[in-house]
Design a protein around this ligand. Structure first.
Ligand code: NDP
Length: 394
């Protein structure tokens, strides 16, 4: 039915390739392309049906254009790094191809976490008659769809939104990140930000915390407030929200190691000179930390990511919690990747499915909450990320 080009052969690319390959009735032809061809070939060899592979440098628009013209995909799923978003969007414009990603654009020297530079493409995508779907991972991604689902079915007005991301998995390593270490550490060491009464309020990195009692046998964990990009699009598209915050769990051990690395300058993105060569400390740190893909067979436990929404329905107060919990070992059994990659790759595949089957249609640049959440929620249940809902009030 449709041809999909997946760019990026890391943990998320691996899950995306597995999940697309499981749905031949939608993804009739699949190509996996990345900077290192052997990683694409390794993933292709794990699959039950043949897919094409290619080498591409996504920092190079003309290389991308040549590959796209050759394969002619209906849609690109970009799961390489956020540095490549604009290049791939440019190549999509040039070739008239639909675009999906899972993280907002960042420049290597500025972890800016904002959608402006991608939203600016709305008119050119619209004029070209193509669609860009931004942030089709879990958070952003499913959390946007959860919020849209809450609004559609249970609220006249949403007033407060708390997105809570818990990874209760344990990989037994002294210190490792569950997805690309460079992108992960840039996010965590940035200032926190939350939205309150029409204003963004900034906080010192991880300076606000509290305890939350998670379902699914996970129990109490400490959660830390930080900024996450979906807050920006959600308060734009649901203007009744008065307060929006994002929280994530970190173990004491993780924070102890991160604190030391920060204190000695190893998380800095400012280049330093070393033996006559410029190196970025954080990029060097990435090179010595465990590759997130290597954590797959080691990680045990579950994730639990969801949204708590407070607001009003028919004049009554409602507090609603919707979440998914994903088991690391089950994710690994199915796709060879742990649950953090799994919870990102499955929604990336479903986003492409929405687009190819025309359940979600549009010309321009869109965030996930701008479409009908129902078909996406159905597919989450069908393709490995079942969700649950609890009414805490109302
Ligand atoms: P990895 O670092 O494991 O994989 C990234 C892949 O992209 C690697 O295969 C890498 O190639 C490839 N790549 C990097 N630069 C280029 C380039 N210039 N051209 C072509 N390929 C390139 O990352 P993850 O799989 O963990 O994460 C992928 C994306 O998913 C990231 O953008 C991350 O922010 C996002 N993400 C989103 C989440 C969500 O919930 N929304 C959650 C987790 C991740 P090589 O192997 O040669 O280095």
């Amino acid at each position: 039915m449709g041809k999909v080009l997946i760019i990026g052969a890391g943990g998320v690319g691996q899950v995306t390739a597995h999940k697309c390959a499981q749905v031949p009735e939608v993804f009739s032809d699949i190509m996996l392309a990345s900077r290192t061809l052997s990683k694409c070939e390794q993933i292709a060899a794990q699959l039950k049906r043949p897919i094409k592979t290619a080498r591409v440098d996504a920092d190079n628009v003309s290389e991308l254009v040549t590959l796209i013209r050759d394969f002619k995909p209906d849609c690109i799923i970009h799961v390489a790094l956020p540095y490549q978003n604009l290049n791939i969007m440019e190549a999509c414009l040039e070739t008239g191809t639909n675009y999906i990603d899972t993280a907002n654009y960042e420049t290597p020297d500025n972890p800016n976490f904002c959608y402006d530079l991608q939203w600016k493409y709305h008119d050119s995508f619209k004029d070209r008659g193509i669609m860009a779907l931004l942030g089709s991972g879990f958070d952003p991604g499913v959390t946007n769809v959860f919020t849209a689902y809450a609004k559609k079915h249970y609220f006249d007005e949403m007033h407060e939104l708390d997105i809570i991301d818990c990874n209760a998995g344990d990989h037994g390593q002294p210190f490792a990140t569950n997805f690309n270490p460079e992108i992960n550490i840039r996010e965590i060491t940035s200032n926190g930000r939350f939205y309150e009464n029409g204003e963004w309020k900034e906080t010192e990195p991880l300076s606000l915390s509290r305890t939350y009692d998670f379902p699914e046998g996970i129990g109490e964990k400490k959660i830390y407030m930080m900024f996450h990009e979906e807050l920006e699009s959600l308060v734009k598209h649901f203007p009744s929200i008065k307060r929006a915050r994002f929280w994530m769990t970190f173990s004491d051990n993780y924070l102890k190691h991160l604190g030391v690395l920060q204190a000695v300058g190893m998380t800095s993105i400012k280049p330093v000179e070393y033996q006559g060569q410029e190196i970025v400390p954080l990029q060097f740190l990435k090179a010595v930390l465990p590759d997130p893909a290597s954590l797959g067979p080691l990680t045990k436990g579950k994730t639990c990511i969801g949204c708590i929404v407070k607001g009003i329905k028919s004049g009554k107060e409602v507090e609603y919690y919707v979440y998914n919990s994903c088991d690391h070992e089950e994710a690994f059994k199915e796709t060879g990747s742990q649950a953090v990659s799994y919870t990102t790759g499955v929604p990336a595949m479903i986003g492409a499915m929405m687009l190819i089957t025309k359940k979600w249609e549009g010309k321009g640049v869109f965030n996930m909450e701008e479409f009908d959440p129902d078909p996406f929620m159905d597919k989450l249940n069908q393709y490995g990320l079942p969700w649950k809902e609890i009414f805490l009030k109302g």
